[in-house]
Ligand binder design. Structure first.
Ligand SMILES: NC(=O)c1ccc[n+]([C@@H]2O[C@H](COP(=O)([O-])OP(=O)(O)OC[C@H]3O[C@@H](n4cnc5c(N)ncnc54)[C@H](OP(=O)(O)O)[C@@H]3O)[C@@H](O)[C@H]2O)c1
Length: 161
């Protein structure tokens, strides 16, 4: 398995407010769709509840110890390990962990690659990205429109020890 992570962060590491994204950046939504299409999405219960609906073309695996029911194409599991196992059953060895903060924190030891949109904007928020562990190295930076860039991090040699 080579799980990956995708996240968008504003200044100060802000990723969320009141269970939602505190911005509307269409170019990042298009980048998210392009990058994750066809992959399994692994997410925490709060992130799932904040979605406008089930995202097409991508099986959802929701990590929760409390949810009992889910719509079609949404699989419930009670741990991150079980989420990766479910992704494997669904035929995806490189699912995307799509948040939120609690799930990102738990996923760092498992993921090989992080695709991070850095939004060059300051917004109010109540949820921040836990710091990326030093085992990850920045290998690529690409502009995304005029107010964001996409950074790719991979687990470096030191992280393999
Ligand atoms: N900017 C971005 O890229 C981005 C991406 C995703 C989310 N977000 C934002 O982040 C915020 C949500 O983040 P959050 O940290 O509050 O919530 P979250 O990580 O989405 O969900 C937390 C819930 O997931 C379950 N969970 C988490 N870790 C678990 C574990 N190890 N084992 C079993 N269950 C586990 C628990 O559900 P139960 O309570 O049901 O047990 C927990 O309450 C929202 O504002 C959202 O919009 C931003």
């Amino acid at each position: 398995m080579s799980p990956q992570m995708i996240v968008a962060v504003a200044e100060g590491g802000v990723i969320g407010r009141n269970g939602r994204l505190p911005w509307h950046v269409p170019e990042d939504l298009r980048h998210f769709k392009r990058t994750t299409m066809g992959h399994v999405l692994v997410m925490g219960r709060r992130t799932f509840e904040g979605l406008p609906g089930v995202l097409p073309g991508r099986p959802h695996v929701v990590v929760s110890r409390t949810l009992r029911r889910a719509p079609r194409n949404v699989h419930l599991v009670s741990s991150l390990e079980a989420a990766f196992e479910k992704a494997r059953e669904l035929g995806d060895p490189s699912p995307f962990v799509v948040g939120g903060a609690a799930i990102y924190r738990a996923a760092y030891p498992h993921v090989e690659r992080i695709v991070l949109t850095r939004l060059h904007m300051t917004v109010e928020g109540d949820t921040v990205l836990p710091p990326i562990p030093t085992a990850f190295e920045l290998v690529e930076t690409t502009p995304l429109g005029d107010r964001a860039s996409v950074e790719v991090y991979v687990r470096g040699r030191r992280g393999l020890a």
